[in-house]
Design a protein around this ligand. Sequence first.
Ligand code: ADP
Ligand code: MG
Length: 593
Amino acid sequence: MTIHILPDKLASQIAAGEVVERPSSVVKELVENAIDAGATAINVDIREGGRKSIQVADNGQGLPAAEIEVAFHRHATSKLQTVEDLTAIRTLGFRGEALAAIAAVSQVTLISRAQGETTGTRLVLDGGAKVSREMAGAPQGTVIAVENLFYNVPARLKFLKSDNTEKRLIDEFVTRYALAYPHIRFRLTHNGRITFQSTGNGSVLDVLIAIYGPDVARQLLEINAEAQRRGEEQSPYHPLTISGFIGNPAVHWSNRGQMVLFVNGRWVKDNQLTFAIIQAYHTLLPTGRYPLAILFLTLPPEEVDVNVHPAKTEVRFRGDKAPFAEVQRVVRETLVADAPIRQMSAWQVGSQLEAMTPGWEGSLDQRAFVRPDEASQPEMELEWPPEEIIEPAAGQTVPRSSQLPVMRVVGQVGAAYIITEGPDGLFLIDQQAAHERVLYERYHGEWQAGQVQVQALTAGTAVTLSPSQADWLNHQLPTLAEIGFQVEPFGPQTFMIRSIPQLAADRDAAHLLLAMVTGVERKPPATADLPLHLIQLVCTAVATRPGQSLNQAQMAALVQQLEQCQDPMTTPSGRPTFIYLSVAQLAREFGRI
Ligand code: ADP
Ligand code: MG
C-alpha cells in the first residue's frame, strides 16, 4: 500500500473514537456543554442504555442560528480564542471536538434557540452529513438527540457492554455532575422512567441523599472548615480549597468507586489523590474496604492542566505534583475531629456476632450499604504511587513495625477498652477485638498442625436447624470435625454435638454451632476458605464481649497474649485491635508543638 491521506470522513471517525467511546461519553459531553451554556435545568433521557437514543435538553443560552452548523465542525468552539486561553481554562469544554465526534458516529437532531432570538432552528445530521435544516419553535435552550450511536462503526458497536452496564455508567456520570452542580436541576430518565433527579436547590447534601439514601447520608461528615483552612495555609497552591463530604468509617465499599474527586467543577480520576483519601482512613476501615468521599478541589485554573486527554478526565497539577498532602490532611482531620465516637460503635457493628444478638445497640447492618450489583463488578486494580505516606497531623497512627512493644496496663474504660502505656505513647485496646485476634492465632495454629484440642461433651448437646441450614451442615460435618466440632445427625433437622474445641470449652455448644451456621448463611465464604471462616466465627463468638469488666490480671494476660501475636494490629476480619496515640501526637493535640 502506498502512503495516502485518509479521506476526511474516515479521519473524523478515528478522531471521534477518542472522545466518544461509549454512550456515557456522549452523555458526558452533552451535559458538559449544557453546563457551559449556563443551564439551570438539564434533562437526560436514555433508551436502551443509550444505544438506541440519548437526549439531553437544557435551558442554557442556546446556539445562535448562524452558528448551528459550524458547531458541528471539528475544532469549532466558542470557549477558546488564543493559545494563552489554554493555560487557564474555566469551562468544561474547550477542544471543540465533542459535537463533531458525536455527529460522525450517529444520527443527530439538534433543536436550539439562542437567548435573544425569536425562533429556534432544527438541524438533522446523519453520520456528520447535513440531512435538513429548518426553523422551529422552541423554548430558549438546546435539545440534542443522538440516535443509533455507532451505527456506522460496527467495530465499536461490538465492544459495547450490556444495556445495564451502560446504564450504570450513565447513572454514575449524571449523579456525579449533580453533586458538583447542586444549583442545577438534573433529571435522568431510562426508557421513560425517572431514575434520578435533583432539586437544584444548591445543597450538596440533598443530592447525596438523592443518590445514596438517607441512611448513608446520615453517616457523612462534612469537610471540617478548620482542617480546610489549615490545609489552605500550608498548600503550595494558592488559594486551594477542599470541600465536600466523607463517610464516617462505618460506611465502606468493596471498590474504590465511591471516592469521587472534582477539580474546578470537573470530575477527574486521579490515582494519587484517591490514594491520599485511602491513606487518611488508614486503620479505620476493615482491610479490602474503601471509603466514601466526595471532594471538591478549587484552585486557580492556571495551576491545573486539563488538556491531558481528549476525554478530559485527567488533570495535571502545576509541577506535576497533586495536592496529595492537603487532601490527606483535610480528610484525616475531619475524621479525627468528628468521628471518634461513632467510629467505635461502627467497629463493634462490624463483628459478626452482634447482628445475631437481638437488641444489641447500633445493630446497623453494614451490608445494607453494599450495592447488589457490587459483587459482580470486577475491581479495577490501580497502581498506587509508592512514594509519600504522610504522617497525619493528628490522630491515630499505628506504630510502624508489626510487632507490639511491651505494654503496661493502665486501666479499663467503658468495660470495653483497655488503656495501656507503651514506650512512646498510649494504646487504647478494644478488648473484644484483641481477644478475637489472640484466640484466632491459637486456634488457627492448632488446626494447621492438625491437632485441635477438643473438649468432649459427655451428654451431648442437641441443636435443631432450619431445613436449609441442616442441609448445609450435613455436607460440612467433616470440616467441622477438622476444627474440633464432632457433630452427628440426630433426626431430620436435629444434630447432636459431641465435642467442641478446647478454647471454647466454657461456652454453650449450641450457641457456637449456631454462630457458625448463621455466620456462613449471611456471608457464604469460598469453599476453600471455609475452615478459616468457621474458625473466625468461633473466635468472634468466644471472645470477651464489651460490657465485661476485666480485672488487672485478666487485662495483663490479654495484653501480653496480644503482644505475642504475629499479626496483632487487626482482628481476623480486619478491624483494628487498638488505637495508638504517640506522645508526640498528644503534645500536638494539647497545642504544645
Ligand atoms: P466545546 O465544548 O469543546 O467548545 P463542542 O463540540 O462540545 O466543543 O461544542 C461546540 C460549540 O457548540 C461550543 O463551544 C458551544 O459554543 C456550542 N454548544 C454546544 N452545545 C451547546 C449547548 N447545549 N448550548 C449552547 N451552546 C452549545
Ligand atoms: Mg463540549
